[in-house]
Design a protein around this ligand. Structure first.
Ligand SMILES: NC(=O)c1ccc[n+]([C@@H]2O[C@H](COP(=O)([O-])OP(=O)(O)OC[C@H]3O[C@@H](n4cnc5c(N)ncnc54)[C@H](OP(=O)(O)O)[C@@H]3O)[C@@H](O)[C@H]2O)c1
Length: 277
């Protein structure tokens, strides 16, 4: 019988340094909380705003107030859509850490509305932010010495492999950008695998958040959407925490190039939300 050597701590992140983009609130914040609770020695938070009730400072304060996490969370206020901003981020990260073991690369510019009416500026912004800035962030950060086993997790969306909403609730260019980053994860898996860096993507369904709440309300609110989900619930913080922790722990060290849907199977119910007549 196998003894499963190394089983202890399979889901722990002791001694790991993680950098998470888009994390003063929402999904990134839940990931940061999970990483610290699993033993990460430092979590570097990146969002644009330091101040305010949803800014980085309050996030750092909350994270450093968890049991045993004193001073382990730090934050840099950076606009990741700016190459200059990302360049400055690398310098600042190098100033405090020699190694980054985990990079969560996320971006979210969205536009909702009919296909024909989408302004060109919204198309450009979604592709620029959701695809180009993720690419640039990953491209620059692996130049930091990444210790074994390094992880990149790209935050995509189930919108990247199904067509959940159309017409006035359409998010076509957001969905296209998310499909692009799913494929970026596959490309990077092969490109960076030999350098001891594994890349996967996570594709969440609806998790209530500032970004998602507007569309959740337009579609009838959480209760209506709960009823459409095969598990009768929208995503909750613990769900994103568990999936992120899995992908970044030793438990998933053999996974590379996988896009993990995290929506309780809702993407398998394509067509349920539109009447064609
Ligand atoms: N929630 C969902 O249902 C859902 C579903 C599928 C995928 N996702 C994906 O999950 C990720 C996080 O979304 P969320 O729902 O957690 O959104 P959220 O709660 O609105 O949080 C977005 C975070 O991103 C930061 N941010 C926005 N623009 C930025 C920029 N240019 N540079 C740096 N930071 C920036 C925000 O802070 P500042 O405003 O201070 O910068 C905030 O911390 C996105 O990639 C999104 O596409 C979400």
């Amino acid at each position: 019988m196998s003894q499963l050597d190394g089983f202890d701590g399979l889901f722990r992140l002791d001694g790991k340094v993680a950098l998470i983009s888009l994390c003063s609130r929402g999904l990134g914040f839940h990931a940061a909380t999970a990483f610290l609770r699993a033993g990460a020695c430092r979590v570097i938070l990146v969002s644009r705003n330091a101040e305010g009730p949803q800014g980085l400072n309050q996030a750092v304060q909350r994270l450093n107030g968890l049991q045993g996490t004193k001073e382990k969370a730090v934050a840099f206020a950076v606009d990741i859509s700016s190459t200059k901003g990302v360049g400055g981020l690398v310098t600042r990260v190098r100033g405090i850490e020699k190694h980054i073991h985990i990079l969560v690369a996320s971006a979210a510019a969205t536009w909702g509305g009919p296909f024909e009416d989408t302004p060109d500026a919204a198309v450009a912004e979604a592709l620029d932010m959701n695809v180009r800035s993720v690419y640039n962030l990953i491209r620059v950060l692996p130049h930091l010495p990444m210790a074994d086993p390094a992880r990149i997790v790209i935050v995509g969306s189930v919108a990247g492999f199904m067509v959940p909403h159309v017409d006035e609730n359409g998010t076509i260019i957001y969905a296209v950008s998310k499909a692009a980053v799913h494929h970026m994860a596959r490309q990077l898996a092969v490109e960076l695998g030999p350098r001891n860096i594994v890349t996967n993507a996570i594709a969440p369904g609806f998790f209530p958040s500032k970004l998602a709440n507007g569309l959740i309300e337009r579609l009838g609110g959480p209760e209506k959407l709960n009823a459409l989900n095969p598990r009768l619930r929208l995503g909750e913080p613990l769900n994103i925490a568990g999936a992120m922790l899995y992908l970044c722990s030793r438990a998933a060290s053999y996974m590379n190039g996988v896009v993990l849907p995290l929506d309780r199977g809702e993407h398998l119910t394509a067509g349920a939300k539109r009447k064609y007549r």
